[in-house]
Write a protein that binds this ligand. Structure first.
Ligand code: VG1
Ligand code: CO
Length: 543
């Protein structure tokens, strides 16, 4: 075993409160950088000795080298075994499943999710704990503390191991099991959904397009959609995971999945379209001529989940992240089940899922999932939609208009201002924060503020409190704006502004989101003094 000493000062590591580390790939490739993060993680969890881990990534540039380094370090730190995906590939939800199915101590996901890949793009690593979910805050805090004092890491001086062949190998005293990353996940899905019914839907001529965005869900979607469910060959496009995701952003939203969107809005559109992100935990749902916002998707899934065998007994409750629209709350209210509002980030759903308080969870950022794993799950959401479509025998557009006629519609849009100088972004957020308490009752851009606050979350299971989770401004007549800074960006600050306007079941549901949200948008521009502070009012990306 070799112990490497680190000469640099405090390692600039993971921000406290974030469950993984995301940086430019070149930063991860600096001598000792990846190693420091991995060693800090092992130290933070009380060492790796005799432990079993899962490892897998989304196949982006540096995945192959990083996983070899991490295997050597796990062996040098005394780990008993690592279960690793063939060629180093495993989707995030499948890592979560393997951690749970194989009863391991935890796992590492190598991904920067929806961020682009390549030597000049992004890389990331996330540590998940034994329930299969992202490390909770007390562990990420301890990881952060470790990064501040780390001065050595442990590794072996051994050649790379063969990850191309399914086999059980040894590295030092550690066992490495190279597994098919798809199989266990595929079995899990077959147990939750009525595959026969979905197969019959495809046999009846139902057509679908799934855009894997050159990322990790390609092999999963091919095996399940085209293999098990009999969707036509070619249903899954961009199915081969590539190191730079075909030069695009593997971010499933109308902006980055434009090719799919264009097809779905055309005369030749198939019945159903979907996409997933780099590591397979996000999803986009679109019907023929009908884009479904992630917030609406969560609400529709909550209202119809009982149609799938895995959820036939109904739901314990539904949780959504704070910026996610209130559409799912309306469903929970009618079903008479609990609804929870958590901070952004999947780790906050973990306790609620473990305690059996909720069955479904979702985020406005294209994340939906359930208690089957402890991560959001892109393909799972697509399969649940397919199961619902197979049962209801209606189009996506019909399901949406039915839904809005029953529960009302939450018009919704997120505006991202990217690469804002950090100081300017902080000045904007601080400026709003100090004024928050004076907002109630004020008229801005022709609309009245009812209440405004900074969101703090009190975890109902372990009693922990998370402060500073974004600013909420609620307007008269069902409008809401949320402001927060991204925790996953790798360049300057990303300011996210979330706009929402509720229209009750009897109000019109056919406005464009732009029109329905215009007042709230103008109010936010005025409240934040955006033009002065960041020099613009137009976002880079609207989803
Ligand atoms: C973003 C999303 C958030 C999501 C997170 C990780 O965070 O807004 O909802 O949980 O990405 O998603 P932020 O802090 O940049 O807004 V991904 O697919 O890593 O796994
Ligand atoms: Co992701």
């Amino acid at each position: 075993m070799s112990i490497q000493t680190i000469s640099k000062g405090p390692f600039e590591g993971q921000k406290p409160g974030t469950s993984g580390l995301r940086k430019k790939t070149r930063v991860f490739m600096e001598a000792g950088y990846l190693e420091c993060f991995v060693q800090a993680t092992f130290n933070a969890i009380g060492g790796a000795k005799d432990k079993t881990f899962v490892m897998g990534g989304d196949g982006r540039y540096f995945n192959r080298e990083a996983i070899q380094t991490m295997l050597r370090m796990a062996a040098a730190n005394g780990a008993k075994k690592v279960i690793v995906g063939q060629n180093g590939l495993v989707s995030t939800p499948a890592v979560s499943n393997l951690i749970r199915q194989r009863d391991t101590d935890g796992g590492f996901v190598l991904s920067a999710s929806h961020n682009p890949g390549g030597i000049d793009a992004d890389f990331g690593i996330k540590y998940n704990v034994c329930n299969g979910g992202p490390a909770p805050e007390h562990i990420t805090q301890s990881m952060f503390e470790q990064t501040q004092s780390i001065h050595e890491y442990h590794t072996l001086d051994t050649p790379d191991v063969d990850l191309a062949t399914l086999a059980t190998l040894t590295l030092g005293d550690m066992q490495i099991e190279v597994v098919d990353p798809v199989q266990d996940y595929r079995d899990l899905m077959a147990g939750l959904f009525d595959f026969a019914k979905i197969k019959a839907l495809f046999e009846g001529g139902f057509r679908m397009r799934f855009d894997a965005m050159h990322a990790v869900t390609g092999p999963y979607a091919k095996a399940i959609l085209e293999g098990d469910l009999g969707a036509a060959a070619g249903t899954v496009i961009n199915a081969h995971p590539s190191e730079d995701f075909g030069g695009g952003h593997p971010d499933p939203n109308p902006f980055w999945a434009k090719v799919l969107m264009d097809e779905m809005m055309s005369d030749e559109a198939p019945d159903f379209g979907a996409a997933s992100d780099g590591d397979g935990d996000r999803n986009m749902i679109v019907g023929r001529g009908a884009y479904v916002t992630p917030s609406d998707s969560l609400a529709v899934l909550a209202a119809n989940a009982h149609l799938a065998p895995g959820y036939k007994d109904g739901l314990a409750g539904v949780a959504r992240s704070m910026p996610t629209s209130g559409a799912s709350d309306k469903v929970a209210e009618r079903l008479g089940i609990a609804s929870y509002e958590t901070p952004t980030g999947w780790k906050f759903f973990g306790n609620l899922l473990d305690a059996g308080k909720v069955t479904l969870c979702g985020e406005e950022s294209a994340g939906t999932g359930s208690d089957h794993v402890r991560e959001k799950d892109g393909l799972w959401a697509v399969l649940l939609w397919l199961n619902i479509l197979a049962e209801r025998k209606q189009s996506v557009a019909e399901i949406m208009s039915d839904h809005w006629a029953t529960y009302g519609r939450n018009y919704y849009s997120r505006h991202d201002y990217e690469a804002v100088p950090t100081e300017a972004a902080n000045a904007l957020m601080n400026g709003v924060t100090v004024k928050l308490s004076d907002f109630a009752g004020r008229e801005v851009a022709g609309t009245k503020i009812v209440m405004a606050d900074e969101f703090s979350y009190h975890d109902p299971v372990d009693g922990s409190v998370s402060h500073n989770q974004g600013l909420r401004i609620v307007f008269d007549g069902g409008g809401r704006a949320v402001l927060r800074l991204s925790g996953t960006g790798t360049e300057g600050a990303t300011l996210r502004i979330y706009l929402e306007q509720y229209a009750s079941s009897t109000e019109p549901h056919d406005l464009t989101p732009e029109a329905a949200l215009d007042k709230i948008r103008k109010a936010v521009i005025e409240i934040t003094d955006m033009q002065t502070l960041i020099g613009r009012t137009e976002p880079d990306v609207k989803t």
